[in-house]
Design a protein around this ligand. Structure first.
Ligand code: CTP
Ligand code: MG
Length: 628
């Protein structure tokens, strides 16, 4: 399983021992709570034993009262009833003690459940979720390219939850089981060793069955989570892509695909339940078998006169029933083991993904940069072995506007994404103010770069909060200044609640041009010395484009700006234009220099001019045979 791809050296393979060790480590962070839960469960066990003892004594007291020849009952804990008590008084007293014991057990069970919930739901799960989220925020882009968003969501939600099972469903239950079995064994042994061995012999096949099913279940759970990832992916894509779905009237196809995915998940789940539904009764059957042995062998012993039919035997039966109940619990525990280890594996995969781009020790936090950027023979590819940029070199002086031009897929966005160090080059180096990017403190460096993408993501929040995204402490004045610089102030004031208008899912939606100008304001708020614009006018009409371009003219002043554009209106203003073709830098110069030379830039310039000259309406009916 290599869902996390090249970023994960483990490639999803963890040994059970390793997973167990790490899960225990997670729980042990909250050792006080762990110990409290354990102590409570031991107390509960002790109380159960006390209850059984009392029951045995009650029976012996009654038998002794009916037939004094049978011998006096042995009272536990060195206690003796006062001599004046009649047998009925003793029985009443012991019965009350049993009730008190049961009440105390109820209270302790409640405390145990509360303590365990506080440990798992209150501490372990939130802690793990925080860790996972923090890690996701720091992971490099490549991780998100390799892993689907649904797989990531499922890990952050369901898998983190299931990891908790390891603590309450496996460790606590397991320790409890071991102590219980040990104690019951000792008690039973004291009543009758041979009977104990005979009755408990079924534990051997029981352990084997458990082991067998446990191994059978493991791959099923993993596959189940993967199928579920796929289903959630289908679901979320059809929500996010609802316009496309409806636009292409593809609802039926989507429903069919979803149904198919849904069926696969449920068929797979049925297989797990199928296994479980054989497993659980099998273990129960085996444990009932021990009761049969008790009656057969115990009965024979009684007939032979080797064991009295008294409180001892009743206690033994009680112990055995609880013992086998615990052993039958093995199936639940084994199921929890597989479920929680599968979840843990998926959570740890994310936690262990190495950060591809990260601060090296002693990275320097740069002061305010002048904005000089140098690419020195930079070669870069998303997958090793297939570069999308080949030995690109250029220099951007502080305050310059660098236009980047190229056909689709030429590597423009890739080049831009190297500037904020979203990726590291495979060969060559990139310098900002003469320092290699790899020597600079990432956050301090990235904060000096403002970025506007082809299409901007706005958060479901107010306009003001969206602009202040990079600096939540920005004052209203700063926000408005940024909005004005991005020519967004006027349209924001025209919104129903101005800067406090809520955008996004349950709020107002903006037009493409408005979104882009908000995004520009967001980038400008930080007063960055470096500005990156990835085709910001790609999806807007000419009028909006004009608005954005004039906003940009102010915005670019005094900043080193990298702007990808296909429209000459933006490129013409650039101090240098880089022309990319198939990942290679094929031309560098100003508009007037390179427009004269043959190449993709000149071709595009000619086409755009021709578009202007073309006087024929696009929809004009062609005279038959005109083009032949
Ligand atoms: N690519 C890739 N993995 C990514 C992004 C891009 O393998 N995560 C590849 C693309 O398939 C393309 C090349 O890298 O072959 C360059 O992509 P890009 O830099 O995005 O091209 P642009 O010039 O930005 O193309 P466009 O004009 O369409 O935005
Ligand atoms: Mg692009």
């Amino acid at each position: 399983m290599s869902e996390t791809g090249s970023e994960n050296p483990n490639d999803g393979r963890y040994s059970t021992g390793e997973l167990t060790r790490r899960l225990l480590g997670l729980a042990w962070q909250f050792r006080a709570d762990c110990l409290l839960s354990l102590a409570l469960s031991v107390l509960l066990l002790a109380l159960a034993l006390v209850g059984l003892q009392l029951l045995g004594v009650v029976i012996d007291v009654i038998r002794h009262a009916l037939d004094p020849a049978l011998g006096a009952p042995a009272f536990p804990f060195g206690w003796k009833p006062p001599a004046r008590w009649k047998p009925l008084d003793v029985v009443t007293f012991l019965s009350l003690a049993i009730v008190a014991q049961a009440l105390l057990r109820a209270v302790l069970t409640y405390s145990y459940n509360m303590a365990t919930a506080r440990l798992t739901q209150g501490k372990i799960v939130p802690d793990l979720r925080d860790k996972l989220y923090a890690k996701l925020q720091r992971l490099s882009f490549r991780f998100f390219e390799v892993n689907g968003s649904s797989s990531i969501f499922n890990r952050l939600t369901g898998d983190v939850q299931n990891t908790r099972l390891f603590v309450d469903g496996v460790v606590l239950q397991g320790i409890n089981m071991i102590i219980t079995l040990g104690a019951y064994f000792v008690f039973m042994w004291r009543i009758h060793p041979a009977l104990t061995v005979a009755c408990l012999s079924v534990s051997v096949p029981l352990a084997w069955v458990t082991h067998y099913y446990s191994n059978r279940l493991r791959p099923g759970y993993l596959r189940n989570r993967e199928l579920y990832d796929g289903l959630v992916q289908l679901f979320s894509e059809s929500v996010l892509g609802i316009q496309t779905v409806k636009g292409f009237a593809a609802e039926r196809g989507c429903i069919e695909r979803f149904e198919q995915g849904n069926n696969e998940v449920s068929a797979q789940q049925r297989r797990i339940f199928w296994d479980l539904s054989i497993f659980t009764p099998a273990t129960q059957l085996l444990s009932q078998l021990s009761l049969a042995i008790l009656f057969a062998y115990g009965g024979w012993l009684y007939v032979q006169g080797r064991i009295p039919l008294g409180g001892g035997l009743v206690v033994f039966a009680g112990l055995l029933q609880q013992f086998t109940g615990q052993v039958a619990n093995l199936s639940t525990i084994a199921n929890s083991v597989q479920q929680s280890l599968t979840a843990a594996r998926r959570v740890f995969e994310v936690l262990d993904t190495p950060l591809e781009v990260q601060n090296k020790p002693g990275a320097l936090a740069p002061g305010r940069l002048t904005g000089s950027i140098v690419f020195d023979h930079v070669t870069f590819g998303y997958k090793t072995g297939a570069p999308v940029l080949h030995s690109v070199s250029f220099e951007a002086k502080p305050g310059q506007v660098v236009g980047i031009f190229g056909m689709t897929g030429a590597g423009k966005t890739s080049l831009l994404s190297l500037i904020p160090r979203f990726y590291d080059p495979q060969q060559g180096r990139i310098l900002a103010d003469q320092s290699d990017l790899r020597d600079l403190d990432l956050d301090a460096y990235r904060r000096q770069i403002g970025i506007v993408y082809q299409e901007s993501f706005l958060f479901s929040n107010t306009v003001a909060a969206n602009i202040a995204f990079g600096n939540p402490h920005a004052t209203q004045e700063q926000i408005e200044r940024a909005a004005k610089a991005a020519s967004a102030h006027e349209f924001i004031l025209a919104l129903s609640k101005g800067y406090q208008t809520v955008l996004g899912e349950s709020g107002v939606d903006l037009s493409g041009g408005q979104r882009q100008r908000l995004a520009l304001a967001r980038a400008l708020l930080l007063e960055p010395p470096i500005l990156i614009l990835d085709d910001p006018t790609a999806s807007v009409d000419p009028k909006t484009e004009h608005e954005i371009v004039s906003a940009l003219r102010h915005a670019m002043a005094g900043r080193t700006t990298f702007v990808v554009a296909n429209r000459l209106s933006l490129l013409r203003r650039a101090d240098i234009i880089l022309v990319l073709d198939g990942g290679r830098l094929v031309q560098t110069g100003t508009h007037s220099q390179i427009v004269r030379l043959p190449g993709p830039y000149r071709e595009a310039a000619m086409l755009q001019l021709m578009d202007l000259d073309e006087d024929e309406p696009i929809g004009a009916e062609r005279a038959p045979g005109r083009f032949t």
